[in-house]
Ligand binder design. Sequence first.
Ligand SMILES: [Zn+2]
Ligand SMILES: [Zn+2]
Length: 346
Amino acid sequence: MTTAKARAVDGPDKPFRVAEIKRRDLDLHDILIEIKYAGICHSDIHTAHGEWGAVNYPLVPGHEIAGVVTDVGAEVTKYKVGDRVGVGCMVDSCGKCDNCIKGEEQYCLKGNVPTYAGVDKYGEPTQGGYSTHIVVTEDFVVRIPDNIELDVAAPLLCAGITTYSPLNHWGAGPGKKVAVVGLGGLGHMAVKIAHAMGAEVTVLSQTLNKKEDGLQFGADNYYATSDSETFNKLAGTFDLIINTVSAKIDISAYLSLLTLDGTLVNVGAPAEPLAVNVFSLIGHRRSFAGSMIGGIRETQEMLEFCAKHNIAPNIEIISADQIDEAYERVLASDVKYRFVIDISTM
Ligand SMILES: [Zn+2]
Ligand SMILES: [Zn+2]
């Protein structure tokens, strides 16, 4: 058993406090990771606040984890002590269902085991990356390429794969017009990745406040959605729209921006249902789809892609004492573009 220092919340409106959590003894295929950095994802906030259903508190969030292997189980073959590794949004799955066999463990038919606020195969609650150590089975650990620093690697494990997977699945590339709705933690990664894939990229943001950033991240065009002329001008334009906004928006208005056979993919997860005007779909054989993170193999592929194209998130490093403040700033959209906790301050 390893005792890890952590930051936990005890209820939906409680602040973070110093905590100690137990990490299990290493099973044959387990890896002990000393965490160096953990990103703050909007999902952490939704979960900590109990907005996505009942939570067993105390809760240690964090599913953008980058660190170094410090011990391995007796039959581990993929990693050794000293390796630079990452852990994303899930730490296990059944491994036997059709989706797991396809390498789409995030869609495990028995449900994947989330990195925090889940229950593992030993019946224990899972606790996430706002902590000094974590134990994960080797099949759910990815290797961080040498030319990606650990601090910027962390957000790739959720924000990176969440946007890479739908861009990859729906074929973003040369000759394709891709729009990204929202330029936050997810959106800024979507712009960088879609640009590197060779697509023509357009940002659709509420205002033009972050236009300069968007263009610097690789966007070719940038429009304000508060300007109704934007929707007239861009009607029928895009092959693919990635919606990263996790609030209620007029989805039918965005569907009207798709070309024939175009697809709008939601990766943001608003708590309320979105109303869809079906006429906006049938008129041009359009699709409205969703996508959730990516499989382990695809996550490794995303890391190699980012290494090859020198893609890194823009981050702001904070200490463990600043998590509450960071949450408030995320909720106020006051972050450029991802907070990352320096775990040495734990
Ligand atoms: Zn996340
Ligand atoms: Zn499965």
